[in-house]
Design a protein around this ligand. Structure first.
Ligand code: KG4
Ligand code: ZN
Length: 342
């Protein structure tokens, strides 16, 4: 059977990355991401500055995505965009742009749930890509979410457990802030941790439901620990940075692994995927690989470029919806809050 060519333009603007991607029949032709440097000195994303930067970036980023893909806008089959969850001011830029472009080109508009897209990034067709079979378990770990999701089909998902307070990305970023590292601190903790001793300092793990998470206590424990040590030795952070980072990272990853083991025990499902920005973390990637050997799991680890926010994951979700004729009404609005199941 000859497959009809399907070109999807994906647009992502939920937080602080403006991204556009063109996908052709499930394969990525381009995935352009413009990061916003402006937030690093504030220790977190400033929503007003994020939406202004999206406004500046959106046209050149989309143009670059089309150019890199060598695709003319008139060849596009549909426009997919992030409807939510995310920062409202940021979402509005991508949503309005996607609607206008779809109207102008007279092609279908497809709304995408950002959290579903992180998971469905596993369905991007690439050479040697390992695509998870249904049902599988996905540990979704990002700056805003921490969930264990049972994925029964592309659009049939169930939250088995989630954080009751901070997301795991926040735990990384807030710990980094305590250590005086710029935002986003997650990748920096990862970098320093590679040179440190993960057993140097101990932090207690939270006691919550078998499949739930809590990170706010850990953040407070780290804060008190650092304050106490700095009182005794003002150079404590500089002298022990790599060991502190390794110990924090080890504690967080240990928590994630315990919860995944609980999920496998409860569901009997041994196909385990990770998704979201924190799935870029080198230790969680390593521990998952080891789990194949130690626990007999089959694990699915996304390529680096599809871990943190990107439009390729929006475009692939749009493609899967397009194949199922799932389109949006032009009157659709952005949603700051949206569950992975919505
Ligand atoms: O998925 P994402 O790009 O945005 C959200 O949807 O939230 O995730 C961003 C989060 C940030 O908290 C960032 O610090 C974290 O992912 N992150 C990492 C690493 N790379 C990104 N955390 C730990 N280790 C990393 N290598
Ligand atoms: Zn994200």
């Amino acid at each position: 059977m000859i497959q009809k060519p399907v070109y999807i333009l994906g647009i992502e603007s939920s937080c602080d990355d403006t991204s556009a991607s063109v996908i052709y029949n499930g394969k990525v032709l381009s995935n352009v991401v413009a990061n916003q440097e402006v937030h690093s000195k504030f220790g977190g994303v400033v929503p007003e500055l994020a939406s202004r930067a999206h406004q500046q970036n959106i046209v050149p980023v989309v143009q670059q995505a089309l150019e890199q893909a060598n695709v003319d806008k008139n060849q596009l089959s549909a426009i997919a965009f992030t409807r939510g969850p995310g920062l409202m001011g940021s979402l509005l830029v991508g949503t309005s742009f996607a609607k206008s472009l779809a109207l102008g080109l007279d092609i279908p508009l497809i709304d995408v749930n950002h959290m579903q897209a992180h998971i469905l990034a596993h369905f991007i067709e690439e050479e040697n890509a390992k695509i998870p079979p249904f049902p599988f378990i996905c540990l979704t770990i990002s700056g805003g979410h921490t969930q264990i999701v049972k994925v029964s089909n592309h659009f049939e998902m169930e939250i088995l457990g989630e954080t009751i307070d901070d997301a795991v990305g926040e735990a990384f970023d807030k710990s980094a802030k305590i250590l005086g590292l710029p935002y986003p601190g997650g990748p920096l903790i990862d970098k320093h941790a590679q040179k440190g001793n993960p057993k140097a300092f101990q932090f207690t793990k939270p006691k919550v439901g078998d499949l739930d998470f809590s990170f706010s206590g850990l953040k407070t424990a780290i804060l008190y620990f650092i304050q106490k040590q700095v009182k005794e030795n003002p150079n404590f952070i500089e002298e022990n940075l790599v060991d502190i980072c390794a110990s924090i990272q080890h504690t967080i990853v240990e928590i994630l692994m315990i919860k995944l083991k609980n999920a496998v025990k409860q569901t009997g499902i041994k196909h385990i995927a990770i998704a979201g920005g924190v799935s870029a973390n080198s230790e969680i990637r390593k521990r998952l690989q080891l789990a194949e050997k130690h626990f007999g799991w089959t694990t699915y680890i996304p390529k680096f470029e599809y871990t943190t926010d990107n439009a390729a994951m929006i475009a692939i979700t749009g493609y899967l919806k397009f194949l199922n004729n799932i389109y949006s009404d032009i009157g659709i609005t952005a949603q700051a809050r949206l569950k992975v199941t919505e």
